[in-house]
Design a protein around this ligand. Structure first.
Ligand SMILES: [Zn+2]
Length: 333
């Protein structure tokens, strides 16, 4: 195939033709295809990373378009699953690589399976629970991963390799500031910078470059600060020192989880749902949009998006309990 599209990388001496070949043989998973994940996926696809798995449980909305670079107004209007919309978009940009979209919640039931066959894991998630799970799974399977975070005007990035400190060494417990991008906002220039730093780390890891910066880097692009901190391995770390993977080994609760920064909960459900049959029933009690991949329901007392695997995102609810009751009322037990 014509590799001239990669000229600007292969003439860059730190990559070269050999490095480009390595990238073409590399396999990367991006967990979360939102503000960080769309930029990460776009840059990795354009850079010619040979295999990309894009995992996301959510669907596109108008409020995403400010910073999530792989979706357009049509995706938002349809409520297209983000993983699929991102993959469709990227296939038009680089048809020479393999892109595998996965519309699913990344959780204890699938974490190891989804990262076992890749070289590197990129964090595009928006919550601590996902990151602790990524950390456990990567450490257990000996995979490197690149953390990224962004809120307001503050971003942070760190690469975790199997032979160094892990995410739990950096943050022994989840830090709950009570803030989210929905309440304090986030700049699109920040998410692009943080994601691009993750991608730069990713290229260095894939190419085994000694230039990789293994420090924790935190920056505030509005208040003009940048810090880099060495993170030592904690000799008492349950994950990387003791090999106890508490997040990965936690029992899966077929329950509802809050989605970051939204009055929305995800309910896992009990397996596949016949969307056609359900759409017929729901039309009696509200508006149904049954797209190619999702069923969107808007009624007087409930709003949700349902996926074929039975998973639903219930909107405008304040508690896990109300999400579960609406699920059983409208979708089934
Ligand atoms: Zn650790």
């Amino acid at each position: 195939m014509d590799n001239s599209r990669y000229d600007r990388q292969s003439v860059f001496s730190k990559i070269g033709a050999d490095g480009q070949l390595t990238l073409s043989r590399s396999r990367v998973v991006v967990i979360g295809v939102g503000a960080l994940g769309t930029v990460i996926a776009s840059e990795l696809a354009r850079a010619g990373v040979g295999f990309l798995r894009l995992i996301d449980r959510d669907y596109a909305e108008l409020t995403n378009l400010q910073r999530q670079t792989l979706f357009d107004e049509a995706d938002a209007a349809q409520g297209a699953p983000k993983a699929l919309a991102a993959a469709e978009h990227l296939k038009k940009i680089n048809s020479g690589i393999e892109i595998e979209p996965v519309v699913a919640d990344f959780n204890v039931t699938n974490a190891e399976k989804l990262i076992r066959d890749v070289d590197l894991v990129l964090d595009g998630s928006d919550n601590a629970a996902a990151r602790y799970l990524i950390n456990d799974a990567c450490r257990k399977l000996g995979k490197p991963w690149v953390y990224g975070g962004a809120i307001g005007s503050t971003g942070a990035v760190m690469s975790f390799l199997p032979d160094g400190a892990c995410f739990r060494c950096l943050f022994p417990a989840a830090q709950n500031s009570g803030e989210s991008c929905a309440t304090v906002g986030v700049l699109n220039s920040l998410t692009a910078i943080a994601a691009s730093m993750q991608v730069t780390d990713a290229l260095k890891i894939l190419l085994k470059s000694p230039a990789l910066d293994r420090r924790y880097r935190e920056f505030d692009i509005w208040n003009n600060s940048i810090d880099a901190i060495e993170v030592a391995q904690n000799p008492d770390c349950p994950c990387c020192a003791e090999g106890r993977f508490e997040f990965l080994n936690a029992p899966f609760t077929n329950n509802s989880v809050s989605l970051c920064g939204r009055d929305a909960y995800q309910v896992a459900g009990n397996g596949a749902v016949d969307l056609d049959a359900l759409a017929e029933k729901l039309r009696a009690v509200g508006t149904v949009r049954h797209g190619e991949y999702t069923l969107v329901f808007e009624g007087a007392a409930a709003n949700f998006t349902l996926f074929p695997d039975g998973r639903a995102i219930i909107k405008n609810v304040k508690s896990a309990q109300s999400a579960l009751s609406l699920y059983s009322e409208y979708i089934g037990a």
